[in-house]
Design a binder for this molecule. Sequence first.
Ligand code: NAD
Ligand code: MG
Length: 430
Amino acid sequence: MPGRGTPAPVRAARHPGGAARGTRRVTVLGSTGSVGDSTLDLIGRNRDAYRVVALTAFRNVEKLIAQALDLRPELAVIGDPDLHDRLAEGLRGSGVRSEAGASALIAAAAEPADLVVAGIVGAAGLAPTMEAVRNGRAVALANKECLVCAGPLMTALAAERGAALLPVDSEHNAIFQVFDHERPENVERIVLTASGGPFRRCSLAEMRDVTVEQAVNHPVWSMGDKISIDSATMMNKGLELIEAHCLFPVAQDRIEVLIHPQSIVHSMVAYRDGSVLAQLGTPDMRTPIAFALAWPERMAAPVAPLDLARIGSLTFEPADEARFPALRLAREAMAAGGTAPTILNAANEVAVAAFLARRIGFLDIAAIVEETLQRAETDAAGSLEEVWAVDRRARTLATQAMLVREDSRAGAGAGQPVPSSKPSAVASMS
Ligand code: NAD
Ligand code: MG
């Protein structure tokens, strides 16, 4: 296993304060999303222990205003500059400062805080999250695309700046909780569990014509649209393989995926003496978020107690990379290393957005990612600027591949009817 010794997230960890030692200052990037909702729910129930420094959102200005009026952060930032006037108007007299635009999102991440929750979706979260790391903040990391895009850069910077990376993704949070950070040489394997998504039992032929509504309808988790589609293609588990490889010092071929439809066992660590340690719980993101908010303490979370007698049985089955090629593509990108994961992520973001806009079919998503990986040149990932250049180039190639598929679908008359509005977003977890 490479990288023996205490892993970066723990080695670099600086105690961020602790609710027990007074109020903890928290910034929430992407506060209007599903992870943001769960985070603010926990903070709202613990107003004496947490003080909100900054909240950020991209376009949902009304929700951001409501959150800011409720929790009274020092700063609220909207990504879309056209919405700044509305934000300022909505916050007038509240004492909450308002800002807008890409550089304001980055500046928000640098505000003095004990913890920054990285809850933006996609590579759009990379610059603000890196800024939090650069400033040595503890980061509650939900935004897995950051690590997929620029994992080695982010973990190296975290180690240099003493920024703790606390995984919020439920699988990585589970692993973090049962991993022997002091003696990683004793770890034999990591097993990432996966629900299998809504199409776990579907053939490829059945998946060809699935609708956006069917694909976002996750059987267990209620999440944002993008991660819901990633779960349906199983690209989510592919991204998580790469995320796990960035966060924990375990060789690639020792990170496994296991389908577990009930999503009760959130992941496992197998040790060389045959012991397998797992973290279990009711599937509710407020558990891993509470872990990160309170770390290294624990806080109460309003999560339904795990009732195994009622659940009765937990089942497991192997993952099928033939029906879910995204999983294979992610493993190949991880093995290729360098900028291949950046290309994989960028192409996937383009393809998922096109599927959500009903421009391509479900199976086109993995096909576009595969074609982009074949056409883009993989290089060693150097600086963040190089990562951005690779990301942009991959998006151009993926868009070209997408347009060809869109045209051929339209030609074959296979397109779904274009709806008058976006499909309703999946409700946040409560
Ligand atoms: P979401 O779509 O519900 O919310 C995304 C948030 O990011 C919103 O606040 C939105 O305003 C903001 N945002 C979107 N685009 C932006 C941009 N270009 N610039 C700035 N802000 C932008 O997403 P989510 O489901 O909360 O997921 C957030 C991240 O957490 C993703 O990386 C996802 O993979 C990860 N994650 C989510 C869950 C979950 O249960 N939702 C579980 C594990 C990991
Ligand atoms: Mg996950």
